[in-house]
Design a protein. Structure first.
Length: 368
């Protein structure tokens, strides 16, 4: 019996919190109610979004579970859980759409043990990319495992904080999120953070799998399903600046007066959030929201005390007297701003829609 096994059907799925909004049952794709995102800075694990592309793998024997590192390297090696656990442990708070505290070994430390020094761009044998391969069965890979890759320079850079994580929010990783071991690539779209890690392959090129070569790429508006050439675009890595209002629903009916607008804002590549603007007139005029990671402490982007890879929560009190649209817009430290309209970033895959988040408020005036 192998250590980590991929079921061929959905009869061995873990149980999940009933409040999750399920987008698809099999493979499981669910998100929390949006209010849950702003009730705490770190998303409770049971509410953290869950995105898989096949049945959730099962560990039959953790003692036998291992990750092999191979490819264009001098010292291929197999790592058991005890080997990973014997390395220095790091806790990195990072947002993969929701925020969690990931605990694990740094990939840069692990790669050193197969003879790849820190800050390496190319191995002597020509390795430039690190491919992560799982065991799950995905239809997009014709029943093969999910896989993705990152540049070797990022993998061997200790400041990039790429982890082989075995903990999430101080507890052993659960099955939905990659037990026993997953990759966490901070600042990068979630698709590169491969769960249920089986092997690591050092290669001269980017991974040839579906999720790297197709799917997570952004195309210009001229590209449609008839003329698409996937090879013309690079795989998406860093995610763009984005924000969402979470304390209000899309349509809210209530009395006029003060409303507290709360939400999250985050940008990729470790770029902090410089500003979050709130409008109560559909985007004509703006007011700056306060930002925080730790409750009560004003967030300072780029400060050594702030969590570089994690979102900020924002809050603003606004006064609403008539029917209106409340809008949030974030700016990161590189002055990247969310686009106003989805039309401006339309792409056929429908990904990376980071246009201003708008919610409607309908005021019910009480009669005299
Ligand atoms: N093995 C494996 N890893 C995977 C996936 C998957 O389907 N299989 N989905 C990816 C995608 S698209 C996302 S967004 C994140 C979701 O991580 P989560 O379920 O822990 O939130 O995992 C990534 N890693
Ligand atoms: Mo994803």
């Amino acid at each position: 019996m192998p250590g980590l096994r991929a079921p061929s059907d959905y009869s061995e799925e873990p149980s999940r919190h009933p409040a999750l909004k399920i987008n698809a049952k099999a493979p499981f794709n669910a998100e929390p109610p949006r209010q849950a995102l702003v009730s705490s800075y770190v998303t409770p694990t049971e509410f953290f979004y869950k995105r898989s592309h096949g049945p959730i793998p099962v560990v039959d024997d953790i003692e036998r579970y291992s990750v092999s590192i191979k490819g264009l390297i001098e010292k291929p090696k197999e790592f058991f859980m005890k080997d990973i656990l014997s390395l220095p442990k790091y806790n990195v708070t990072a947002t993969l759409q929701c925020a969690a505290i990931w605990g694990g070994a740094k990939l840069a430390d692990v790669l050193e043990l197969v003879g790849i020094p820190k800050y390496t761009n190319t191995t002597p044998a020509g390795g430039k990319f690190v491919e992560f391969v799982s065991v799950d069965r995905c239809k997009e890979e014709n029943g093969g495992p999910y896989k993705a890759s990152i540049p070797l320079s990022q993998a061997t850079n200790p400041e990039a904080d790429v982890l082989l994580a075995y903990e999430m929010n101080g507890e052993t990783l659960n099955r939905d999120h990659g037990y026993p071991l997953r990759v966490v690539v901070p600042g990068v779209i979630g698709a590169r953070s491969v769960k249920w890690l089986d092997s690591i392959n050092i290669d001269s090129q980017d991974c040839k799998g579906f999720f790297v070569q197709k799917d997570y790429k952004m195309f210009p508006p001229t590209v449609n399903w008839d003329n698409i050439d996937w090879s013309t675009r690079r795989p998406q890595m860093d995610f763009p600046v984005q924000s969402a209002i979470c304390s209000l629903e899309d349509v809210n009916v209530g009395r006029h007066g003060k409303i507290t607008v709360k939400g999250y804002a985050v940008s990729g590549g470790g770029r902090g959030i410089e500003r979050v603007d709130i409008s109560t007139d559909g985007g004509k005029t703006w007011k700056e929201a306060s930002r925080y990671q730790k409750p009560g402490i004003q967030y300072v982007a780029d400060d050594e005390k702030s969590d570089k890879w994690a979102w900020v929560l924002f809050e603003a009190d606004v006064d609403v007297q008539s029917n209106t649209e409340i809008v949030a817009k974030a700016v990161d430290i590189a002055a990247n701003v969310q686009p106003e309209k989805v039309e401006d970033i339309w792409n056929l895959r429908g990904i990376l829609n980071t246009s201003w988040h708008r919610v409607h408020v309908q005021v019910r005036h009480s009669s005299m």
